[in-house]
Design a protein around this ligand. Sequence first.
Ligand SMILES: Cc1cc2nc3c(=O)[nH]c(=O)nc-3n(C[C@H](O)[C@H](O)[C@H](O)COP(=O)(O)OP(=O)(O)OC[C@H]3O[C@@H](n4cnc5c(N)ncnc54)[C@H](O)[C@@H]3O)c2cc1C
Length: 335
Amino acid sequence: MATVCVVGAGVVGLTTATLLQEALPRASVTLIADKFGRDTTSDGAAGIFRPGLQFQGSSPQMTKQWLQDSFNYYQRLLSSPDAATAGVKHVTGYHFSSKYPKIVHNELMKPILEEYRECTPEELRQHGHKYGTFMKTLVTECRRYLPYLTRKFEAAGGVVVERHIDSLEELAGHYDVVCNCSGFGAKELCHDLTVTPIRGQVFKVHAPWIKNIYYEDYDTYIIPGFDHITLGGTRQFDSYNADINKYDALGIWERCLALVPSLMKAQVIQEWVGWRPYRPIVRVEKEVMTFDSGKTLKVVHNYGHGGYGVMTSPGTSMTAVQLVKDLLKDPRAKL
Ligand SMILES: Cc1cc2nc3c(=O)[nH]c(=O)nc-3n(C[C@H](O)[C@H](O)[C@H](O)COP(=O)(O)OP(=O)(O)OC[C@H]3O[C@@H](n4cnc5c(N)ncnc54)[C@H](O)[C@@H]3O)c2cc1C
């Protein structure tokens, strides 16, 4: 029986772990992490399916494939009875600007979404903007989705271990293949200096009358999930500040209220800060690591999703699972 270990219990690790179980039903899959659920970066994400143009795989073709595979995965989940339990739903809404005509157009979304179009003059007039697009996309709320994936993983026989890993070498000799889904943790585990935090601060509020998503320019967004609405945000490159900043909070609140004034009556549930685990190119590749001790370890990396890990984790994880299968076919691995 093949033994596979996934490091990381964020959206990338849990997605990879459950897809591994489907692809290799006879394998034993263990998931190791030092943080779970509410303590992960994934927990605070708004979970909108709306790729930034800077999201990149190893080639433009790979980027497109990951986006399409991810969208198809969530569409399948949406048409299953599990959709609400898993925290996945359709949302419609707008991206507006009065200054930058180009930024309201997203070439990565256009071929994927059922509906993605220019705003009508009436929509622009109603909302007081010069430029805008309308989209029908989907949202995945991790506060439902991570527990859903964890239950699915454990029900299929997966083992969850709480443990900090100082070096991937600790896992050598214990598993046939290790999947490294450690997000920002990969900076240390892989000595990967290209992994950089993009600090994001948001409000989680209760405002059930808000049904649409709204984006304005680059950094202002209002995204309704199931249980709350996310108001953002900030995108601060290379900032390691993990505390709530009151000036950021004031700015977010003011910008969101200007966009949708009825938010004045919203009840604040939480203020939250997270580090998007940015890497110029998301790393999904296999590697046979050799350590100073002479030990070796077969690893498939799946990290560096930046601000797009919820929406793209199914696609990158499908590639990662294929790479695990390739490594297991190696005659030195026991199947
Ligand atoms: C404000 C904000 C808004 C966002 N909005 C969206 C959005 O709308 N849509 C979207 O798609 N994405 C969004 N994101 C991005 C998304 O949150 C991330 O891309 C995603 O959560 C990354 O998932 P991950 O599993 O790689 O990392 P994480 O959730 O950080 O999980 C990493 C896991 O690895 C484990 N780990 C790391 N190092 C070690 C170690 N040494 N030993 C043991 N365990 C280790 C951790 O304990 C954890 O379990 C947003 C992010 C922020 C900050």
